[in-house]
Design a protein around this ligand. Structure first.
Ligand code: ADP
Ligand code: MG
Ligand code: ZN
Length: 464
């Protein structure tokens, strides 16, 4: 049987977090009364003139520069004509053959382009059935109409549903840290279409693709792509052809249905928007965009991996940059710092509660074996609960590691005496039962004993 490789390219729409709309002065809407954030421009009244939003252009440039794209010296807007009530003008202003950004890359996926456009209004389909098809009526809320969008188009470099999801998560975090969007899939500020084809593994030709529209969660993106790959495999194995079409994935039933075939594809009759001047970024605009770009997750993760952190830790500290900064402030041996910063992170809501210098002191005590790791966690609990100095807490609570092996020996002997039935099980060949003695010993010593030493003493005394 032929093995197939999925080939996937994504088209992502991102609502930009500007104050006002793309081509008018209306403020962006966040759940206001429908049709209260509109004006003659975004309602498409005759005689009105659009003006490009400088902040949206800046955000577009920041995205392009952060993702290694070429910024066009002179990009232009086009009219994309279609008739539908979600667009009052009868066309959407978008970019066509000269987008703001071309090329670029994020992680292992190349970008094709990023362009600016305006969002359409929101249609709400009402009726007894409650479904889109078969609803009794549709009502329009023009508040969303004209919201600035950046459309990011990837090259078909993705080869599994999991890779698509992981890449989208990296993109979302990158855009969030750039501060250009709320990137919330549930609220629609990040929307994803997936273009999917399959080909015999090893082939370099592209198969016929289908386009899965508007999947609104990372899970649905995965499920939709997997379902579509399986559907295409079944077709090819039955000797049939893939038809180029636009599809809808229903996450409830897991079923894929056709929205329109190639024959029904729109001809948008794109033509240059005569009412807008080209975007020709000045050196000052480049400077402003560059200055607004922070270190982004991919670069940060790479830097942390270079310090020797495990991949998961590097990712954690780059997806939560406040903890990344904290980790760096702790300093010292990177792996030890990472371990203890993670210990702290599970105990607190934010990085403010325990100063990095304080955690660094605790790490020093553990590294010098002044306290065991277990006792170190007890010290950390105290630091979180009441603050203070690690060294003083160790003194006050008597948490210093045991130096006197006589003291430990006595405790081991006592626990053995106290638990004759467990001892019998161990001597009967159940080596695992020894764990039941380690707990009480650690409690008696307040975690001050070295685990290896405890095990050694137990074996010696029990003769196993
Ligand atoms: P269209 O003209 O249909 O919009 P594009 O060439 O502009 O197609 O590509 C749109 C998206 O589809 C891009 O993300 C691209 O990477 C992806 N794509 C193109 N061809 C294929 C294919 N054969 N299989 C999977 N994805 C593809
Ligand atoms: Mg397209
Ligand atoms: Zn308006």
């Amino acid at each position: 049987m032929t093995e197939y490789e999925p080939v996937i390219g994504l088209e992502i729409h991102v609502q930009l977090k500007t104050r006002t709309k793309m081509f008018c002065g209306c403020e962006l809407s966040f759940g206001e009364e429908p049709n209260t954030r509109t004006c003659p421009v975004c309602l498409g009244l005759p005689g009105t003139l659009p003006v490009s939003n400088a902040q949206a252009v800046l955000y577009g440039m920041m995205m392009g520069l952060a993702l290694g794209c070429e910024i066009a010296p002179r990009s232009i807007f086009h009219r994309k004509n279609y008739f539908y009530p979600d667009l009052a003008k009868g066309y959407q202003i978008s970019q066509y053959d000269i987008p703001l950004c071309s090329g670029g890359r994020l992680g292992d996926v190349r970008l094709h382009r990023i362009h600016l456009e305006e969002d359409a209004a929101k249609l709400v389909h009402v009726g007894e059935s409650g479904r889109i098809h078969g609803s009794d009526a549709s009502i329009v809320d023009y508040n969303r109409g004209g919201t600035p969008l950046a459309e990011i188009v990837t090259e078909p470099d993705i080869h599994s549903a999991e890779q698509a999801r992981d890449w989208l998560i990296l993109l979302r975090e990158t855009l969030r840290q750039l501060g250009v969007s709320d990137v919330n899939m549930e609220e629609g500020s990040l929307r994803c279409d997936a273009n999917v084809s399959i080909r015999p593994t090893g082939s370099t030709e592209l198969g016929t693709k289908t386009e899965l529209k508007n999947m609104n969660s990372f899970r649905f993106v995965m499920q939709g792509i997997n379902a579509e790959v399986e559907r295409q495999k079944a077709l090819l194995e039955a000797g049939e052809k893939i038809e180029q079409e636009t599809l809808h994935f229903d996450p409830v039933s897991g079923r894929i249905s056709s929205l329109r075939s190639k024959e029904e594809a729109h001809d948008y009759r794109y033509f240059p928007e005569p009412d807008l001047v080209p975007i020709a970024p000045t050196p000052e605009m480049f400077e402003a965009a560059r200055a607004a770009i922070p270190e982004l997750p991919a670069a940060r993760a790479e830097r942390y991996a270079g310090l020797g952190l495990a991949e998961d830790d590097a990712r954690l500290f780059s997806f939560e940059p406040e903890w990344g900064a904290y980790f760096e402030a702790v300093g010292g041996e990177p792996k030890a710092a990472a371990t203890w910063v993670k210990e702290l992170r599970t105990r607190v809501d934010g990085t403010e509660q325990v100063a990095p210098e304080t955690l660094a002191k605790l790490i020093e005590l553990v590294t010098a074996k002044t306290v065991t790791a277990g006792a170190g966690r007890t010290v950390l609990d105290k630091l979180v609960a009441e603050g203070g100095d690690p060294g003083e807490i160790v003194e006050r609570e008597g948490l210093a590691a045991m130096e006197d092996s006589g003291e430990l020996e006595a405790i081991v002997a006592k626990v053995i005496d106290d638990n004759p039935d467990i001892v019998e099980r161990i001597r009967g060949g159940n080596a695992k039962a020894m764990g039941a003695l380690v707990g009480p010993i650690m409690r008696e010593t307040k975690g001050r004993a070295d685990g290896g030493e405890v095990n050694r003493l137990l074996r010696e005394k029990l003769g196993v």
